[in-house]
Write a protein that binds this ligand. Structure first.
Ligand code: 76R
Length: 253
């Protein structure tokens, strides 16, 4: 029988990529720009750092290389409602009229239970496991590099993930997980599910200190059937964490 894997779902995630329209930005009066940057600083220092302090989410800023965008924000929150609120708050900022959104992705932290032994129930005791709760509510690790891309599992004749049995998928995910675990301690991954929420089925967000490790891990996975037969990818982004103060300094120039 073909059935969907049970998933554990954690914090809601907004990936938000934008670019500062410098012509528009420079057309503002100096005093307006100063005021706009003060608003941004205020928001990041207070509103956006509060969820982390209260263990209710996290927010991170990353500069991104290339033409796809220059600033990636990743926001994790307890509910989708919180993300709506955050977006409304952001759009009220003066700087928002100069920020052009170039990509975004809405998803929710997802752990599938392929790794669990047969018949494991998602019992309350399982959810009490602090390690599991931490994985469902991850704080953004300090990377400082981040690799982000959306993906689907294939639905083609001859390679259709969704017609495989649970057992077949479990086998495939096992070898996938083994490859991933070779990078334990060097790469942290965050898999977020987006079926019914956005245009791809998942976003993959990888964190690490050495960007070459991203290339190696993703290459290793390409040769593994879970990816070689069944994975389809969207655009890839490479970013580096930047703290709000450093970003403001860049924009102040
Ligand atoms: O062992 C476990 O408990 C978890 C095993 C595991 C699952 C179930 C796992 C491990 N992943 C799982 C699910 Mn993954 N993952 C990706 C990508 O680029 C590519 O080729 C694919 C993008 C990467 C880089 C990656 C990394 N994984 C999934 C799913 C959901 C499938 C479903 O539900 O149908 C997707 C889409 C996906 C994609 N994976 C790991 C990693 C790494 C690094 C690990 C090891 C993590 C660890 O052990 O801490």
């Amino acid at each position: 029988m073909v059935e969907a894997p049970k998933t554990l779902d954690g914090w809601w995630v907004l990936h938000d990529l934008s670019r500062l329209d410098r012509r528009l930005w420079r057309s503002l009066a100096e005093s307006e720009r100063t005021e706009a940057l003060a608003q941004v600083g205020e928001l990041w220092q207070h509103e956006l750092s509060r969820p982390k302090a209260q263990d209710r989410g996290d927010s991170g800023l990353y500069t991104v290389l290339g033409h796809k965008g220059e600033l990636l924000q990743i926001h994790l929150r307890e509910s989708l409602e919180d993300l709506f609120q955050l977006q409304h708050q952001m759009s009220g900022l003066t700087i928002s009229s100069c920020l052009e959104r170039t990509w975004s992705f809405v998803s929710v932290v997802e752990l599938s239970t392929y790794g669990a032994p047969d018949g494991t129930e998602l019992s309350a005791s399982l959810l009490d496991d602090p390690k599991l709760r931490e994985r469902l509510h991850p704080l953004l690790p300090d990377g400082p590099f981040v690799s982000v891309y959306p993906m689907n599992k294939a639905r083609q004749p001859g390679a259709n993930w969704y017609t495989l049995t649970l057992d077949e998928r479990r086998q495939l995910m096992r070898s996938h997980g083994e490859i991933g675990r070779r990078y334990a301690g060097r790469i942290r991954q965050m898999i977020t599910g987006a079926v019914g929420l956005d245009d791809w089925e998942w976003a993959v967000t990888l964190f690490g200190a050495d960007p070459l490790e991203f290339k190696k891990l993703i290459t290793d996975m390409r040769y593994d059937p879970a990816s070689s037969l069944y994975a389809e990818f969207g655009p890839f982004l490479i970013g580096r964490r930047i703290d709000p103060g450093a970003l403001l300094a860049l924009w102040r120039r």
